[in-house]
Design a protein around this ligand. Sequence first.
Ligand code: NAD
Length: 248
Amino acid sequence: MLLSNKVCVITGAASRRGIGRATARLFALHGGRAIILDLDPAQAAEAAAELGEAHRGLACDVTDRDACFAAAGRIVEEFGRIDVLVNNAGITQPLKLMDIGPKNYEAVTDVSLRGTLYMSQAVVPHMRERKSGSIVCISSVSAQRGGGIFGGPHYSAAKAGVLGLAKAMARELGPDNVRVNSVTPGLIQTDITGDKLTAELRTEILKGIPLNRLGDADDVARSCLFLASELSSYITGATLDVNGGMLI
Ligand code: NAD
């Protein structure tokens, strides 16, 4: 079991078809205790209940620093430790440059960037104390290519910020044996992308994906498992592309 008894916190993990939920499910399969954080307490609890008694679902808005610290405190109190954090919560808006207003900018950057910072700050003291931990940050191919179909320039900026933040955290936390890595998913079929793809658009997109299929949440979950577990014990500050070859 790759994550035997490891306490694994995953943000934005209640969405039924989402990357976070698939990651929580896979972590549980590998012996981890999944702590599902999301906006709606009932949805988070339901997602955790589906996995079994060893798991928990808690409400936590990652843009709220106090809420992040309160959630981490509660988890440490109940479980005694936090071994893994997956910063997965994120929202997108398909806007063009000139349509991005201050509220759009704030909403998108707040969840991905502020959320990754605050939630990491909340778990790092516990990881440092135990000289062990793995943080996985979910960025996006949009950060690398500049834009995408579902994300505007502010989304690309937020996700590029996540890559820089993750590398800086990896450098600072390395001496305490806390690893920090990023995953850059390509086009993954979840509620964010949903059923918004027309057949024509899908055909067009597939021309740019050597593996000739869209990704699914489990593709990303498996990369999170690798980075969360000791399989990646000498890897920190890295970015793992999970995009079917989109950037070749
Ligand atoms: P999703 O919408 O299914 O899941 C996102 C989850 O985040 C939802 O459960 C939502 O409630 C939660 N959330 C939103 N704001 C939050 C907040 N303030 N605090 C806590 N939780 C919050 O989307 P997904 O496709 O599974 O996306 C997961 C991550 O992967 C996101 O960061 C997204 O940007 C990234 N990503 C997705 C794709 C894709 O193609 N689906 C591609 C690249 C990157």
